[in-house]
Design a protein. Structure first.
Length: 354
């Protein structure tokens, strides 16, 4: 796998934290001085109260700023537009307020109108942000530099669904890209008359939404298409070549083709095999025999990670909890099989029934 180059944004993260800390300190100090200026005889308790309020406002602003990095430029622009529309509507309504209203009532009414109309204007705009198309303009064009070295998800990974947990625990670093042609393929599957294909397509779309809503990873739906390439696999390969990205897949054939093209590829099945429980010849295991094996007198059990345990002469103890010794391990492309033999005494009393 190719080593990922460290970007300027990643190098600047510690400095950004320093800037945020300085902003909080400066805001607290300015509110402190402002309170002293407007009321030179302010009590010490009130001064501390105003300073804490300033610090709280600074923390809220820093939190909002840190959340903005997960939003697309299109969503930011549309949300700001909705906020402006809401505040403008609030200002127009305030012009119609009667002059006879008490000053306190006017202040509360204006604040309430700004708060509610500004909020609803922004929320409604964000809800329909996906219907706005800015592709013809360069105002909101994403910098292609950030796409280099990205992780590109294919259809099989989204249908499988384990990518959500893998991304949430931080195993996928950097930008995660879901190409628009992969979303289109999932949409086609979800509209299929075949029940199995329809279920897979809908699951893939649900996983895409879960990834987008995750705060533990940065996910982008990339509007891109390679019209000169036939099939989703060839388009994925072309996209990976263009941005020197890593293809995240469960497709064995796509994995092999990507390796032939000397592209970086991450296979979820290989990851799952790598983190399975390690067993060694001569090691003792306690398992429950669940069914008969293919060969005579064999019994079959499973480890917690799904590894099949073949137990010699285990058929006679079907349904029992037994202790076995590992004899050999067979690794195949489909998974791993562990061959064992019964210990003496073979049967171990189940602790739950004792």
């Amino acid at each position: 796998m190719k080593a990922k180059k460290q970007t300027g944004a990643e190098n600047g993260v510690p400095f950004l934290r320093v800037v945020r800390l300085l902003f909080i300190i400066l805001t607290t100090f300015l509110v402190h001085k402002w309170a002293q200026t407007i009321n030179p005889h302010i009590q010490q308790e009130d001064l501390i109260y105003y300073s804490l309020c300033g610090m709280l406002v600074a923390f809220v602003l820093v939190f909002i700023e840190s959340c903005i990095r997960y939003a697309f430029p299109q969503e930011l622009f549309v949300g700001l537009f909705g906020l402006i529309c809401g505040l403008s509507t609030s200002a127009l309504i305030q012009l119609a307020l009667p002059e006879s209203l008490p000053q306190e009532t006017k202040i509360v009414t204006r604040l309430g109108l700004h708060l509610f109309l500004g909020y609803f204007g922004m929320v409604i705009a964000l809800r329909y942000a996906h219907r706005f198309d800015f592709s013809a303009t360069k105002l909101l064009a994403r910098s292609e530099d950030r796409l280099y070295g990205c992780k590109i998800l294919d259809t099989s990974v989204l249908i499988d669904g384990r990518i959500v947990e893998i991304a949430d625990v931080g195993f996928l670093e950097g930008l995660i890209v879901i190409p628009s042609f992969v979303i289109n393929e999932l949409q086609t599957l979800s509209d299929s008359q075949n029940h199995l294909k329809r279920s897979k397509g809908r699951r893939g779309l649900d996983i895409s939404k879960r990834l987008q809503s995750s705060t533990r990873c940065e996910v982008e739906i990339l509007e891109v298409d390679f019209s000169d390439e036939d099939g989703v696999d060839k388009k994925l390969l072309a996209l990976a070549k263009k941005y020197d990205g890593s293809i995240v897949t469960m497709d064995f054939n796509l994995h092999k083709v990507a390796e032939i093209d000397e592209l970086s590829v991450m296979n979820i099945n290989q990851l799952a095999q790598s983190v399975k429980m390690v067993v060694l010849p001569g090691e003792n295991l306690q398992v429950q025999i669940l069914r008969e094996g293919k060969e005579a007198k064999q019994g079959i059990a499973y480890l917690d990670d799904g590894t099949m345990i073949v137990i010699e002469n285990g058929k006679k103890l079907l349904g029992k909890q037994v202790e076995v010794t590992v004899v050999s391990i067979l690794q195949t492309s489909a998974g791993r099989m562990v061959f064992t033999k019964l210990n003496e005494p073979a049967e171990i009393e189940d602790k739950n029934n004792s």
